[in-house]
Design a protein around this ligand. Structure first.
Ligand SMILES: Cc1ncc(C[n+]2csc(CCOP(=O)(O)OP(=O)(O)O)c2C)c(N)n1
Ligand code: SF4
Length: 538
């Protein structure tokens, strides 16, 4: 079989394609973006027209994938961990509707928050929704689990959560492919009522989900992804999940692991194997990337002292694991190597030279000078870097879309001026509904939609907002006279300041669209052509 050198994220994509994938639905977000990009660039996937266009947000992605599954085809939906919060309504309910064609929900968590607002652990969502979860320890398993995930999903008629973390998603290794399968034919669900979650049906489906829990557990018990590896030294037993298995093995490159090890790759936990290691060993060390979810389960309410891990400080409570932290937890000692020389100083991320967001912020800062600090509610994108020196231009960044709604809440409190700053992609992700709230109540806010024609921060993916922003704002009900489009160039600085200052006198919703192409996309000929074709005003 063919062997490929793949990122963990790419291995998931290839595994899904080889399993007969018909469509991937996703919204970009580190460290999950490369799954969808791989499908988009794969020639075979293009030839057989596997759907791979970006969705407006994670919820629309989840729902479209569920629709494809309803039609009997195999669908993959991908997002970063915080995206699962956005998709949660559809995700949790999809465990109750169940799946028809195989449905795999690939979620990439970001412990240590390399590129995220938090380090939440998606396994909690899987457990909450009562779905089977797969968690690979290396790239080969990422491939194998994506491939197998569809089978598992169809076997039990339920979506399957595939959880990876940053290091695995963004590192490469050899992956051996399996035989490529054909896509499913269109086939409606055998129970035509299962997707109708009226209470009477939902109650029945929910009972079915509950009774299936034992079957999921039995499947985990037999799963090749869960392995009990015996060891002579039973003073300690190690339960190790996902990528942490690799970190454990790195500490024993020249020898066998002396302790019994239970490697977990499929949840719910295989209860018999957990009981076995618990009974056989004096103490249990739980090594898991993310929250101490397995450790908490084992300790229970009574805080069994036999179980060690993140909760008792044997491992750090937060942040990513690595081989050294795992080695220390096993009592190993390390010299201080790889010390960063003092001459190396931290380099905070910065916006690119020539970025339109910078010019918009310079004008905004000047317009707000007389009001002092604290008036700018921002959002998530490259423009969030405006929080740093030298701009110090924004005061909030909470979740995608929160700029407009937080500005509205502050304006409701009587705080003025209340300015929101949001990017084009974030606007169509989840800013539009907040703008509708503001229009409905004629809130006294100014919204800057900083339009660069792309989803800059995650690597210049297409933006659903392209060419539509002013029409969306008009459609939502923003008064046309209070919608302004301006190129935030140095030449236009005073003009932009004047617009902002004038609009502060208006009691209602103003939208200002500073529009300048992201400099990282200037070599993208297709985008350039589209901008010229639409003759976008800027
Ligand atoms: C719920 C959620 N989904 C995805 C992301 C990842 N992400 C961060 S910023 C961003 C989009 C930014 O695009 P845009 O608003 O156009 O601003 P730009 O970066 O282009 O300036 C995305 C997708 C996230 N942080 N949260
Ligand atoms: S990638 Fe684009 S949007 Fe992001 S900082 Fe650079 S120029 Fe600005």
């Amino acid at each position: 079989m063919q062997s490929l050198l793949l990122l963990g994220a790419e291995a998931i994509a290839q595994g899904a394609l080889d399993a007969g994938l018909s469509g991937v639905y996703a919204y970009p977000g580190t460290p999950s973006t490369e799954i969808t990009e791989y499908v988009q660039h794969d020639r075979a996937a293009r030839e057989r027209k596997v759907h791979s266009q970006w969705s407006s947000n994670e919820k629309t992605a989840m729902e479209a994938a569920l629709g494809m599954s309803y039609a009997g085809k195999r669908a993959l939906v991908c997002m970063k961990h915080v995206g699962l919060n956005v998709a949660a309504d559809a995700f949790v309910n999809s465990a109750i509707t169940g799946a028809n064609g195989g449905l795999v929900v690939a979620v990439a968590d970001d412990p240590s928050m390399h590129s995220s607002q938090n380090e939440q652990d998606s396994r909690f969502y899987g457990k909450f929704a009562m779905m089977p979860i797969l968690e690979p320890s290396n790239q080969q398993e990422a491939y194998d689990m994506a491939y197998y995930g569809f089978e598992l999903s169809e076997k039990f008629g339920i979506p399957v959560l595939l959880r990876i973390t940053t290091r695995l998603s963004h590192s490469r290794s050899g992956v051996i492919r399996k035989e490529a399968q054909k896509e499913n034919e269109i086939k409606l669900p055998s129970d035509m009522r299962q997707f109708v979650l009226l209470p009477v049906i939902a109650k029945r489906r929910y009972k079915g989900l509950i009774s299936n829990q034992l079957n999921f557990e039995l499947d985990s018990e037999d799963s090749g992804f869960n392995k009990y590896i015996d060891g002579k030294d039973k003073s300690l037993g190690i339960i190790v999940c996902g990528i942490a298995y690799n970190y454990l093995k790195e500490n024993y490159t020249d020898s066998d692991i002396p302790h019994p090890v239970l490697k977990i790759g499929q949840y719910p936990l295989p209860r018999k194997q957990v009981n076995k290691i618990f009974d056989e060993c004096d103490e249990i060390l739980v090594i898991e990337e993310g929250y101490p979810i397995v450790e908490e389960l084992l300790k229970g309410y009574l805080e069994r002292e036999k179980v060690k891990g993140r909760l008792d400080g044997t491992l750090p409570r937060d942040g990513e694991l690595n081989p050294r932290l795992v080695g220390k937890a096993l009592g190993m000692e390390f010299d201080e190597i790889n010390k960063v020389p003092e001459i190396v100083t931290g380099r905070p991320p910065a916006m690119c030279v020539g970025c339109g967001h910078i010019d918009a912020y310079i004008a905004l800062n000047e317009a707000l000078e007389e009001f002092g600090d604290g008036h700018v509610f921002a959002d998530i994108g490259c423009y969030t870097l405006g929080a740093l020196e030298p701009l110090n231009a924004i005061n909030t960044c909470v979740d995608m879309g929160a700029s407009i709604t937080m500005a509205k809440g502050a304006a409701d409190a009587g705080f003025q001026p209340a300015i929101a700053v949001i990017g084009d992609s974030t606007f169509t992700h989840s800013g539009m509904t907040g703008l509708l709230d503001a229009v409905s109540e004629n809130s006294n806010i100014i919204v800057l939609i900083s339009d660069n024609f792309t989803t800059g921060m995650t690597g210049q993916q297409d933006s659903q907002a392209f060419g539509k922003i002013e029409d969306i704002c008009k459609g939502i009900g923003v008064d046309e006279e209070h919608i302004f489009i301006i190129n935030p160039s140095k030449r236009n600085k005073q003009k932009l300041i004047d617009i902002i200052k004038n609009e502060m006198k208006y009691e209602g919703v103003t939208v200002i669209i500073p529009r300048k192409q992201c400099v990282q996309t200037v070599k993208n000929k297709d985008l350039g052509k589209k901008i010229r074709e639409l003759n976008l005003k800027c």
